[in-house]
Design a protein. Sequence first.
Length: 405
Amino acid sequence: MADFDISKLTINRAATPSAAAPRRRRRTWLIVVIVVLAIAAGLVFRSMNAPVPVEPVTVSMAYPSQSFTLLNATGYVVAQRKAAVASKATGRLEWLGVREGSRVKEGEVLARLESRDVAATMQQAAANIKLAQANLEQGQAEFNEAERNLNRSRDLLAKNFVSLAAHDAAVSRFEKAKSAISGYRASIAVAQANYRATAVGVEQTLIRAPFEGVVLTKNANVGDVITPFSSALGSQAAVVTMADMSTLEVEADVSESNLEKIQPDQPCEIQLDALPGVRFRGRLQRMVPTVDRAKATVMAKIRFDKLDARILPEMSAKVSFLSQEMPEAERTARTVLQPVAIVERDGKNVVFVIKGDKVAQVAVETGDKIGEMIEIRAGVVAGDRVVLRPLDNLHEGARISSSAK
């Protein structure tokens, strides 16, 4: 056997197909598919967790009477009986017995002026009365004596024991004594009149309450000069200002173009800015029969059906003129929300409450329609912030955009 040279045995790699190439291509496509799927999954995840832009709205309170309101007006609480209490006398204030908020009765002394001069004049007038009375007593004694002398002279004249001239003198003395009695009595009347005049002067130094009420402001202090005409430098006219709190009412301006919507004794609802959570019942009592030319308004005066101790003069007030009387059960505030904030999910009415940067789906129970709002009986409370016009893709726990918070 001839020798065989194995070095001549070679493999033609160009002519033999490689089995590794298809595997490399499959791995490449697999990597590409995985990357694409990962990118798609990331985009889907990102879109699912992207903040949803929303418009927030706050749950508020409303009254059923808003559905029956014909007209709204603004005004102020005023007292029908109000007085700046002063004195007719002029003098220095020496005592002040009240302060702001003091409740006083009619005729109660609020302050006192210095009265030593008028008191001395009154004492002098009282002494003059006693002097006139003493003169009357003396005159009465003289009258009695003249009467006795006249009786004796009449008896003696009948017996011709005295002359006619002597008798005429006794008659004249009696008549003078009688006239003196009338003069003394007139003097007493004059003295008493002077005493009453001086007593009035003393009384004018006492500043009394003209009616039962509450002191609103204190305009003077002890030591101030009080005069009916306060034009003098450093003087005061009124000592205090007081009001009868039982006569509180609301004065509101109504445009003359809306006068046809109101009428006397019309039911009203009064809201005070100082007491926003309370509505007071009232009625249109009267209208001032003149128009303010500058504002083209008529002043309407509304009385409270029931006064509250918290109501004070000069409080700002809003008055709603109603088309009908509201029952007591419908005079309480209701929780309300705009209807477009409520959507139906799984057969239930729900809202999306904003909590931080996410929302929570909350089922609500709706009630009557109040104006443009709808009553919420359960689910949310006043002050909660919910999403207005929620989109279909909004769901429980969804994040909201920071610009909507």
